[in-house]
Design a protein around this ligand. Structure first.
Ligand code: LLP
Length: 431
């Protein structure tokens, strides 16, 4: 199985963290997001112990909550001792409501609105990651009005091109995110911050992309960022406290995805950081990483009921499900690959070539094309694996479909953490 929280029981049913998917469907209906709490906590602990081992605990993983945001995940993350990244007023609001301490929140985004910045400053958010001069000036003006000082870092584009889908690549110069290093824009921003009264610059941040399966781009990014730290010390006499190296670690969607254990990334990057700082006789800054997908991705699956099966001879077999691009838009957006199987007959031979179609009024509403599954019948349960990241968080109400419920499972027990939307919910804001 592509995730260690998944097994198949003697009845041939797919099981997640001790919960039989057939039972889950009976109890909660479909479509249904299921998340393994055990798996999420296990990954958090692996990252944390890597920090202990590689940086003597001087540093911390930050959960990038755009991957999956709801109150319960923020509680779990905080309990595990990770910090939290948010990218909107809505994520910030949810995190605070769930009890995440403001000083443990890092606020990202390439165009934070004046209202969002005000909200963050009022709540004493620990780290506002300033993306551009516009935000920097907004913060200074806000301070002049309210007397409140913002604790900030800068998002820098290290100019690194990681090999991943072009829509989720962010570290290269042609990116809407961050301040450019090569042209001197980032240096200019640091200089400017030093002349300001209401911002206090604490660190730098970079993020080179997502679903990356190599270690080298991370090492390279760390080296480029540290060179900039050294330059700031030399030219401006500034020693910054922290370096946030972003997220982007790849996960397993299909069997042939060749993932690198997180400990390997951590160790390789840490070695490069130690070497470079020793050579420059520079104190190792506090290191952060900011994973999202790798914390929740493999912990999640989505369960559907198979409806119409349409076999078009010499063309393809459409297997329609009761979900679609409204609750998982990733195939429509990125042709993202997934492993699909029948949850109620997981041991049958997977020899049926299927295109999994959603229920939206749109031909491109597909979850997967030409994938091998067990021969399906209407009423079977279709499971799509590794859907814990960027599924619920990217869901919409397209075609006025209610968003599915999300159930958290742990050691054979399940509980609803996000209830299923109702038709009443859909018209709540209609006047
Ligand atoms: N930090 C920053 C500033 C980011 O922009 C991101 C992701 C992360 C951390 C977390 O990266 P991760 O560890 O999850 O790869 N919707 C796309 C992914 C967009 C990622 C955006 N930024 C998808 O479904 O693949």
């Amino acid at each position: 199985m592509i995730s260690d929280c998944l097994t198949i029981n003697s009845q041939g049913h797919l099981v997640i963290s001790g919960c039989d998917t057939v039972e889950l469907v009976r109890e909660y209906g479909t479509p249904l997001y299921v998340m393994s709490e055990d798996k999420i906590r296990q990954v958090c602990r692996r990252y944390l112990s890597s920090f202990q081992k590689n940086y003597d605990g001087y540093g911390c993983p930050i959960y990038a909550s755009k991957a999956f945001s709801c109150k319960e995940i923020y509680r779990i993350i905080a309990q595990e001792g990770l910090e939290t990244e948010v990218v909107s007023g809505g994520e910030l609001y949810t995190a605070l409501l769930a009890g995440v301490p403001a000083e443990k929140i890092h606020f990202q985004g390439n165009n934070k609105t004046p209202d969002e910045l005000q909200f963050a400053v009022e709540k004493n958010v620990g780290d506002i990651v300033v993306d551009n001069f516009y935000e920097l000036e907004l913060l200074e003006a806000l301070g002049e009005r309210t007397g409140k000082k913002a604790s900030i870092s800068f998002r820098v584009k290290p100019g690194i091109d990681a090999h991943t889908h072009e829509f989720i690549r962010t570290g290269q110069i042609d990116s809407k995110f961050g301040l450019d290093l090569q042209s001197g824009e980032a240096l200019e921003a640091v200089k400017k911050s030093q002349s300001m009264k209401f911002v206090s610059l604490k660190g730098l941040h970079c993020h080179i992309g997502s679903q990356i399966m190599e270690k080298e781009p991370f090492v390279h990014a760390a080296q480029v960022m540290l060179d900039f730290f050294f330059r700031l010390k030399k030219e401006l006499g500034i020693t910054l406290e922290h370096l946030n190296l972003g997220g982007g670690f790849g996960i397993k969607y299909i069997e042939k995805d060749d993932t690198i254990p997180y400990e390997d990334y951590m160790e390789t990057v840490s070695r490069a950081v130690h070497k470079k700082c020793a050579e420059a006789d520079y104190p190792i800054p506090k290191i952060y990483i900011e994973p999202g997908r790798s914390i929740v991705g493999e912990a999640g699956i989505t369960l559907y009921t198979v409806g119409a099966v349409k076999e078009i001879p010499q063309v393809r077999n459409y297997v329609s499900i009761d979900g679609g691009m409204f609750e998982n838009p990733r195939y429509a957006l990125y042709q993202a690959e997934y492993t699909c199987l029948l949850g109620n007959r997981a041991n049958d031979p997977a020899d049926y070539l299927a295109t999994i179609a959603g229920k939206c009024c749109e031909s491109g509403d597909l979850i997967q094309e030409n994938t091998l599954i067990q021969k399906p019948q209407s009423g079977d349960i279709l499971a799509v694996l590794s859907t814990g990241a960027y599924n619920y968080s990217m869901a919409s109400n397209y075609n006025r479909n209610p968003r599915p419920a999300c159930v958290m499972v742990s050691k054979g027990k399940s509980r609803v953490i996000i209830r299923r939307e109702t038709y009443e919910d859909l018209v709540l804001n209609d006047l």
